[in-house]
Design a protein around this ligand. Structure first.
Ligand SMILES: Cc1cc2nc3c(=O)[nH]c(=O)nc-3n(C[C@H](O)[C@H](O)[C@H](O)COP(=O)(O)OP(=O)(O)OC[C@H]3O[C@@H](n4cnc5c(N)ncnc54)[C@H](O)[C@@H]3O)c2cc1C
Length: 351
């Protein structure tokens, strides 16, 4: 290679520093066309990732210094407000200059939560409203899933197809070998059609996981959870984890919202948890009530007010994109720090 060519190659490389929240840093050189995730994987930097297509948001990072562009056609799971605040999905992001990016989990997280493959057998399949199914399934006895965190998800293979879909556990590790899911059944969709037309108790499904970095963080701070529809699933797992840990002094607020009253579900389960946990405040909201609804009439995020926020509040959002975006904006206006807001989007693209 001539020296002119060597200079040209050098000009398209950037140094990427990956900084994990336990203080561990990795440095690697990015070549032209490499995503931040390519660079990490080529250099054994332990970034959590799963879909590689911008759909699951597992590989999220936040840019501290430098310029990091993104392939905006492929960032389905990043909110516009997150992008403005410097969040990037490493599978669709490119280092334009030397940069430092933060990963909000320890450098040991991906090893400690490594995915494994197994099967589950459906034990119960209950329609909890007109379009939502609650599945209780038993995990194969050889499976290794004791490592999942409340809030994480798994991939399930739709029986009779080669298609995989992502679902968050609503149960906790303490419930193993049982796993519970709340799944919205769409008018048309591979998993939805299976659940509506063919699913039965005794069916087995392949499972792969756990995945994701949407998980219960610090337990000893006030928690705010805002859930839309089946976005309630990961929150149920987090609430039960908080309930089972012996630390119950800080307030936990769950704002659960649906458009119509008929879309609500799990009301008994939430009431039970409200009775068990004195620090849990459940605010169930309906935004377009019909008939004699006498509960909160608003979008769930607006049931959270300034009085609910403290300096160390951590918030979790899981719902449709518009809810996540509005909730994030609302919480930041109330004073929740951007880095303390964790978002999961149930993107219906094939994550
Ligand atoms: C991290 C994560 C966690 C999740 N957790 C949950 C959960 O706990 N509960 C839950 O209910 N959901 C969850 N989801 C969503 C879930 O993974 C599925 O996307 C959802 O269940 C729809 O799957 P499906 O197979 O029924 O529909 P799909 O077959 O994926 O179809 C989805 C929609 O796209 C349309 N569509 C399909 N193919 C095409 C096409 N070629 N052109 C145009 N339109 C098309 C369908 O008509 C349908 O309306 C999660 C998603 C992610 C990313």
């Amino acid at each position: 290679m001539s020296s002119a060519e060597a200079v040209a190659v050098q000009e398209v490389t950037s140094k990427v520093t990956y900084r994990f929240n336990d203080g561990v840093e990795f440095e690697a050189i990015s070549g032209e066309g490499d995503t931040l995730l390519d660079v990490a994987r080529n250099n054994e930097v332990p970034i959590v990732h799963q879909c590689l297509t911008g759909s699951c948001a597992s590989c999220i990072c936040r840019v501290d210094t430098g310029d990091v562009s993104m392939d905006s056609d492929r960032v389905m799971s990043l909110l516009p407000s997150e992008a403005r605040e410097g969040f990037r999905l490493t599978c669709t992001a490119y280092a334009d200059t030397d940069c430092v990016v933060d990963l909000d989990y320890p450098s040991t997280f991906s090893e400690d939560h490594a995915a494994s493959q197994s099967v589950i057998t459906i034990e119960e399949l209950e329609w909890v409203n007109h379009n939502t199914v609650r599945i209780t399934a038993e995990l194969d006895e050889d499976a290794e899933m004791e490592n999942f965190e409340a809030g994480q998800y798994v991939q399930l293979k739709v029986p009779g197809t080669e298609e995989w879909r992502s679902y968050s556990m609503s149960s906790t590790v303490r419930d193993l070998p049982e796993l519970t899911f709340y799944i919205r059944v769409l008018d048309d969709g591979v998993m939805s059609n299976y659940l509506r037309d063919r699913a039965a108790v005794g069916d087995t499904l392949e499972i792969d996981g756990p995945y994701g970095v949407f998980y219960l963080r610090e337990e000893k701070v006030p928690q705010i959870m805002i859930a839309g529809g089946t976005g309630l699933a990961p929150m149920m797992s987090m609430i039960d984890t908080l309930r089972l840990s012996n630390f119950r002094r800080k307030p936990v607020i769950l704002a659960f919202g649906c458009s119509f009253e008929k879309d609500l579900f799990a009301q008994d389960e939430l009431e039970l948890r409200g009775n068990w946990m004195r620090n849990l405040d459940v605010r169930t909201c309906v935004s377009r009530p019909e008939g004699d609804w006498d509960g909160l009439t608003m979008r769930a995020q607006y049931s959270i007010t300034k009085d609910d926020i403290t300096e160390d509040t951590i918030a979790y959002l899981c719902g449709p994109p518009a809810m996540n975006e509005a909730a994030r904006e609302h919480l930041e206006e109330l004073g929740v720090k951007g880095e303390n807001i964790h978002v999961e989007l149930f993107d219906t693209a094939h994550a």
